[in-house]
Design a protein around this ligand. Sequence first.
Ligand SMILES: Cc1ncc(C[n+]2csc(CCOP(=O)(O)OP(=O)(O)O)c2C)c(N)n1
Ligand SMILES: [Mg+2]
Length: 592
Amino acid sequence: MSLDDIKRFRQLDSKCPGHPEYRWTSGIETTTGPLGQGVATSVGMAIAARWIASYFNRPGLELFDYDVYALAGDGCMMEGISGEAASLAGHLKLANLCWIYDNNHITIEGNTALAYSDDVATRFVGYGWNVTRVGDANDVKMLERAFMTFKNTTDRPTLIIVDSHIAYGAPNKQDTSAAHGEPLGEKEIRLAKRHYGWPEDAKFLVPDEVREHFQKGIGRRGRELHAAWWTRFEEYRQRYPELAENGYRMLRRQLPEGWDRGLPTFPADAKGIASRDASSQVLNVLARNVPWLLGGSADLGPSCKTRLKFDGAGDFSAENPAGRNLHFGIREHAMGAILNGLSLSKLRPFGSGFLIFSDYARGAMRLSALMEIPVIHIFTHDSIGVGEDGPTHQPVEQLLSLRAIPGLITLRPADANELVEAWRMIMQFRHEPVALILTRQALPTLDRTTYASAEGVQRGAYVLADAPNGTPEVLLLATGSEVSLCIEAYEQLTAEGIRARVVSMPSWEIFEYYCRQHPEYRERVLPAAVTARVSVEQASTLGWARYVGSTGHTIGMETFGASAPLKELQRKFGFIPASIVAAAKEQIAQRR
Ligand SMILES: Cc1ncc(C[n+]2csc(CCOP(=O)(O)OP(=O)(O)O)c2C)c(N)n1
Ligand SMILES: [Mg+2]
């Protein structure tokens, strides 16, 4: 980064945006800005460091032994996500993790005394951390001692609480919240420079001694260590060619040879299988083939079916850093950030929970999209299909709100074979985070000799069942569990001589992307001339007008759900073939 880049702070396309952004500026290891996300992400990085060391290191050839440092402010400490993450880090005894708390007692509204009186040290001792304090941020000796304490602690993460003064040396702004939110101003800047003994007129001054100091210190040391590491790696590559190859691939987000070996195909079955169960099978096959695919759940593994069950998968813990099953505890937001940290460390992480609780993880999920990292979010219990758990657990607006996150790919497969195709695609993503939306209830496995191949998933939406000669009078659009309802409606309409087409739309984002590459595809799937259209999805109706148009009919949720057995709920909210048939006929009639 050049000095000119720094001068262009916060200007369009500057390498110095308002908050540091991963991918955009070299040396930025994660995007931060939403308070607490950075420190929580650092826990994922520390877990990754542990796992990577256990997988790659060999006696005498320790390739990976790095520590993870994160700087935190009062805001980070107040945010709940840091507490969730610190709690897990303490439990996992992540001794390779060091947080430095800039304890300046100032946030935007004023002194922290307005809203904060935690005893942070006691809190972190309670989390199982090693806590040390430096009473003056300018006391370099004490800082060094604190870092040595961290280095010498092998059984716990370390928090260094550093008492500091915001705008130190600015005589009228030091220790005030104004120093956070407003520029110091020309006069105050001069006074601060005078305090430091700095030339008062100089701007963006980097004295030659600084350049020299860096070149002789970090610059030289870094170059030497870098060269030494590659020498060691070369030796490693000779002795462990396969592991070295895996390392290369992992770092480039490539898949190992044979990654899709043994993926199942599901035979047609009217009774079918829940997509969470099909996903469990697929995930276990993939994780066996891809050693760095790992993850877990926020205490819902048995419901989300995301446990890796094969021999040797193991549970990640303080004692077993090689484990592939992570236990995030009931900490969805931290889970999201930890997944980001794992992915930034080039592992391929997945996390799971109920779709309704995606709201709790949203802050972190949004950052995964902004950073363009391929985190896999698995959300089950995707609709009123949850049944008796009732409206607190029945997602309505979540699906749409995930679709609204730019760059996040949502996938809601209609049956087990669409699910396989969805996973096949997910594994090949290198920059796209995913929300894989799965059912609790069984879905019929469609007969692909009668209906179109599930490979259509690769295009985001495809014609699953069509009218004779491909000339439909009405289009039935659906995702996930509602696709088979549309198929039933389609069969009924066909029997009555009405020409219908069923379009399965597992991913709006992929469909849009595919249509940008192949503009004619949209017309092939959704012919403009056919305006009689019905969409069916057990979720908020908002957004479907994009595909059914302003004159189409949308069957979806306009209210919260209710607590009852699924069958009753489907009747109550209109998710039955009869409603679809009626809506289709109505659509056709309106156009006669
Ligand atoms: C989640 C979140 N909420 C609110 C903000 C807006 N915000 C930015 S800085 C800040 C105060 C931060 O105080 P502190 O962490 O103590 O930093 P300091 O002012 O001491 O540098 C707030 C509320 C934010 N960036 N992220
Ligand atoms: Mg502060």
